[in-house]
Ligand binder design. Structure first.
Ligand code: UDP
Length: 231
């Protein structure tokens, strides 16, 4: 693969702590990304915000404001992971759809293409910049905009199952499935609106366990043990 969009769930970054950052998990991600960057793969990254805040976290706060807090949580996440990447020798830029002063650069396809040409990994922070969306939507949108070949979704769970593996020990993992199955059956694997966008724009996806050894490299090189979602 030449250009991919990697989605890191906030929960997976928090490791066993379930909140904030687990440095070892982030370093492990950085080391894998470095291997791929050194092979010439261009990588855009969307990070979730669930390790800090979700729009549904507080019912006392107006949804639009709560979603704003969620988007800012993803900015913190991207700044943190970006710095971990730099300590591992990876060049990075963090882009947001809104101005964050000197913390980030404003997103545009041209700016991203320039950064890729300089060998940088590009973080897409701040979600879509709009409330009532999610980082899954940002993932789909940015993948389409930057013309990524595939979305690699690193999650706390290692693929798509026919039932909840935490509740059913006999749950079976799908090796492959169609994006239209997710849309038609409203499977909660990714946001429905994001799945529709991927289906209409023909962006395939691989969902895998982020905390498994070499899972990002395996996903990018056709050796995943997760679920491949075709379009
Ligand atoms: N968010 C938003 N717009 C976006 C992306 C994210 O409003 O384009 C907010 C929303 O409140 C969301 C939070 O940021 O709950 C964290 O994003 P993430 O997608 O990780 O949340 P989740 O879908 O897991 O709740």
């Amino acid at each position: 693969m030449k250009r991919v969009l990697l989605k890191l769930s906030g929960e997976a970054l928090a490791g066993d702590k379930k909140f904030g950052f687990d440095e070892a998990s982030c370093v492990a991600v950085a080391k894998q990304v470095k291997v791929l960057v050194d092979q010439g793969v261009e990588i855009g990254i969307v990070v979730g915000g669930g390790n800090f805040w979700r729009g549904r976290t507080s019912e006392k706060i107006d949804r639009t404001k709560a979603d704003g807090i969620g988007m800012l949580a993803t900015v913190m996440n991207c700044m943190y992971v970006s710095e971990i990447f730099r300590t591992e020798g990876i060049k990075t830029d963090v882009f947001t759809p809104f101005i964050c002063g000197t913390f980030t650069k404003q997103f545009s396809k041209d700016a991203v293409n320039e950064a890729f040409a300089e060998g940088k990994v590009c973080f897409f922070a701040g979600g879509t910049g709009h409330p009532y969306f999610s980082t899954d939507m940002c993932m789909a949108l940015r993948a389409i905009e930057i013309e990524a070949e595939c979305i690699l979704g690193g999650k706390a769970i290692d693929g798509v199952y026919d039932s909840d593996p935490h509740k059913n020990p006999d749950a079976k993992k799908f090796a492959t499935m169609k994006m239209s199955d997710i849309v038609d059956n409203k499977l909660g694997v990714i946001d429905l609106s994001a799945a529709v966008l991927c289906m209409e724009n023909k962006v395939p996806m691989i969902l895998f366990g982020l905390n498994e050894e070499n899972s990002i490299i395996n996903a990018a090189t056709g050796k995943t043990t997760g679920t491949v979602i075709t379009v």
